[in-house]
Design a protein around this ligand. Sequence first.
Ligand code: ATP
Length: 224
Amino acid sequence: MPEAFADQPLGIFGGTFDPLHYGHLRLAEEAADALDLGRVRWIPAGQPALRDAPQASAAQRLEMVRLAIAGNPRFEVDAAEVEAARPSYTVETLARLRAADACGTRRPLVLLVGADAFVHLPDWHRWEALFDLAHIGVAHRPGFPLDPAGLPAALAQHYRQRVCQEPSALAAAPAGRIATFAMTPLDISATKIRALLSNSRSARYLVPDALIAYIKDHHLYPET
Ligand code: ATP
């Protein structure tokens, strides 16, 4: 990792990326600007713990992340979850990153999630331990208003205690704060893209061209 980035908060962006789309790319890019992140590390899930098996294989989803982020100096990819033959739990991923030979205990880590994922945080394995390991950066997403009154009670309590307005609060501690950020609203989802492709419709301009070609070459989302 280049020296210049080593002390700045590191964004951690996990997802299924089945397939990756411009909503993901803008989330990571705008998070880096809004939250003063040195870099964003993309971590495709191997076997997501809380949802149906993805249509594309873990190796194919990893390759799509590689193709999509190539050339962006703020982005990097972490293949460890894809290579592990077991379900992916974010709390374990973060604990791995906290090891001395990875990021260590002092560097601020910011787990990036969309507002839809944030509401469901209490369903995640050992979710309250996440706050000991990382900050959480929550992106606005069309259709999922970020209203503390609409959060599950235990999460709303954490939200009220931990929310911060300034990105400098994230840089000042390794973990434990919540920051929200507005990103360009993009009503794009992988579900919608899979539906388009399986109905022989175009996903162009929703997904980078390199991925359109990869999806076609590998027959990833065939017509049904
Ligand atoms: P699916 O439709 O298959 O559920 P998805 O498009 O939500 O997929 P994921 O890989 O599940 O994509 O999402 C990874 C992360 O990106 C999640 O935290 C999700 O909230 C966020 N995200 C995905 N798309 C958007 C978007 N258009 N705007 C904001 N956040 C998004």
